[in-house]
Design a protein around this ligand. Structure first.
Ligand SMILES: Nc1ncnc2c1ncn2[C@@H]1O[C@H](COP(=O)(O)OP(=O)(O)OP(=O)(O)O)[C@@H](O)[C@H]1O
Ligand SMILES: [Mg+2]
Length: 485
């Protein structure tokens, strides 16, 4: 294949054998390219313009592997809705790691590329709609400035996959800091291979936390590092109203990136108990539960690492508990700072938390749109419109304005920080579904391209964005999202 700039290596393949199975993607019958992320390709040091469209389609379905690829499927385990299972890439293949021009090492992975030894009863394939969904939402998350895996391309396979109805098959090319999951550690711990666990720990530190490599207790240090990244990540999800939907331990990345955009969604009306996923009947992964679940998942990581932390189990448990015990107060402090920014509050005052909670409670009672309300606060100062009138009734508006005046930089400083952290455009479900419907049912990619363009600058204002800012009308409302796996 003509030079496109691949520099693939596979350091993961040097890890102990139990962690993977070398395996090539299953060829597909009639590949076509559906989406290619040119700016991301550039950031990766890749240029596909030397390839014909057919060659690109062959490349992004795995019919022709890029030079240097050493494909493999990774093994992992996971607690799915609280139940432990041995899993692994049942429909994914890592091709290798690309070193970017800025020196970062990232995995290049196909999702939907055929059966593997970890497929269990699955067909190893993915449908076009869900892969485009992952493309749209992961790219929106990146533009929002939130750590995430990225989407380089989606290619259709020309084959049908059978879900509730036959759907066109597709493969997503995903780019990730790595595909190490909490579940990867659980898998090795379950296999009781201490030497492999130690090697995996060193590998994770080298790849994601090199500054900690010399630490006296590597397993404890890794746990602390992952806790810190996950705290930061969950607070970011809460900032934009993102609901992951399947926070199983196999869907929590050691790198701190958001991974696996299954039935995820952005909340329209603010409500802490919001759930979209069709399979989350008990609301385990509801918006407001995400920090609690993150802590639960991290406790599973801690358990997996225990045998490395100290040969004496009681001492190991004490170390792990100490690392995780202040998760809630740390989260609360980060959440308060994040919310302070959303409300434009400089510094911290005693009454801030109450002021913030009062408005959130009001939003929940009123069914107010999360993104639009903050956008309204941000742009409506001194809030003399409709929103301001409603908030004047409770006296909230007056108290908030008085608090903003106490900012060192006054109202203007508050407004500046609010403009930085309160998005104007998010990938609203009804717009995402509309774009997916056009793409996968009618082959019309126009609505998706327009949506992607709006999502690329989520903090910018502009009259052309109005249709992406609107809350769904009653008949447009999406109540459930499906994995479509
Ligand atoms: N169609 C399928 N065929 C085989 N295995 C599947 C299929 N769909 C999902 N799986 C496997 O089931 C497990 C749970 O699926 P889940 O939806 O969390 O992951 P995923 O979306 O396939 O992948 P990832 O977490 O890498 O984004 C994973 O091990 C996944 O590989
Ligand atoms: Mg998954």
């Amino acid at each position: 294949m003509k030079a496109v700039g691949w520099s693939l290596e596979n350091s993961f393949g040097a890890l102990p054998d139990l962690l993977f199975t070398p395996l090539a993607p299953t060829p597909v019958t009639r590949p076509t390219l559906v989406a290619l992320n040119a700016p991301l390709a550039k950031d990766l040091g890749l240029d596909f313009s030397t390839l014909s469209e057919q060659e690109q389609a062959e490349l992004f379905t795995g019919n022709r592997l890029p030079e240097g690829a050493q494909p493999l499927a990774q093994a992992y385990a996971g607690h799915q809705f609280g139940h432990f299972t041995m899993l692994g890439d049942g429909r994914a293949i890592v091709l290798g790691e690309q070193t970017t021009p800025s020196g970062a090492r990232v995995d290049i992975q196909f999702k939907g590329s055929g059966r593997t030894p970890y497929s269990r009863n699955g067909d190893g394939r993915a449908a076009l709609g869900p892969m485009l969904r992952e493309y749209i939402i992961s790219e929106a998350m990146a533009a929002l400035g939130i750590p995430t895996t990225r989407s380089l391309a989606v290619a259709a396979t020309g084959e049908w996959v059978y879900r509730e109805t036959p759907e066109p098959g597709a493969i997503l090319t995903r780019v990730a800091a790595s595909h190490l999951r909490v579940g990867t550690f659980q898998y090795v711990a379950m296999r009781q291979d201490l030497s492999a666990l130690a090697k995996l720990t060193q590998y994770a530190l080298a790849r994601h936390y090199p500054e900690r490599l010399g630490d006296a207790n590597p397993a404890l240090s890794l746990l602390e590092a992952v806790i810190e990244r996950q705290l930061a990540l969950i607070v970011e999800w809460m900032r934009v109203g993102f609901i992951h939907g399947v926070m199983n331990t196999d869907n929590m990345a050691i790198s701190g990136e958001t991974i696996d955009y299954g039935p995820c969604a952005f909340m329209d009306a603010y409500h802490r108990e919001t759930v979209f996923s069709s399979i989350d009947h008990a609301g385990r992964y509801a918006y407001g539960n995400q920090p609690t679940i993150a802590k639960w998942n991290l406790a599973r990581l801690a358990e997996a690492l225990l045998p490395l932390m100290d040969a004496e189990q009681n001492r190991a448990v004490a170390l792990a508990e100490a690392a995780i015990s202040d998760f809630v107060p740390r989260y609360n402090a980060l959440w308060l700072r994040m919310m302070g920014d959303k409300f434009g509050l400089e510094g911290e005052e005693e009454g801030d938390a109450a002021l913030i909670r009062e408005l959130l409670d009001w939003m929940q009672d009123e069914g107010a749109d999360f993104t639009r309300t903050f956008h309204g606060l941000r742009d409506g100062l001194p809030l003399d419109g409709e929103l301001g009138q409603a908030l004047s009734l409770t006296g909230w508006r007056q108290r908030w304005l008085a608090r903003l005046q106490r900012n060192a930089g006054g109202l203007a400083a508050g407004q500046a920080v609010m403009a930085r952290v309160n998005p104007v455009v998010i990938p609203r479900n009804h717009r995402v579904e509309e774009a997916l419907e056009a793409a996968s049912k009618e082959g019309d990619l126009g609505p998706m391209q327009a949506l992607l363009a709006a999502l690329a600058q989520p903090y910018a204002e502009g009259p052309e964005l109005a249709r992406y800012q609107e809350s769904p009308k009653p008949d447009e409302r999406v109540y459930q999202t499906f994995c479509g796996t």
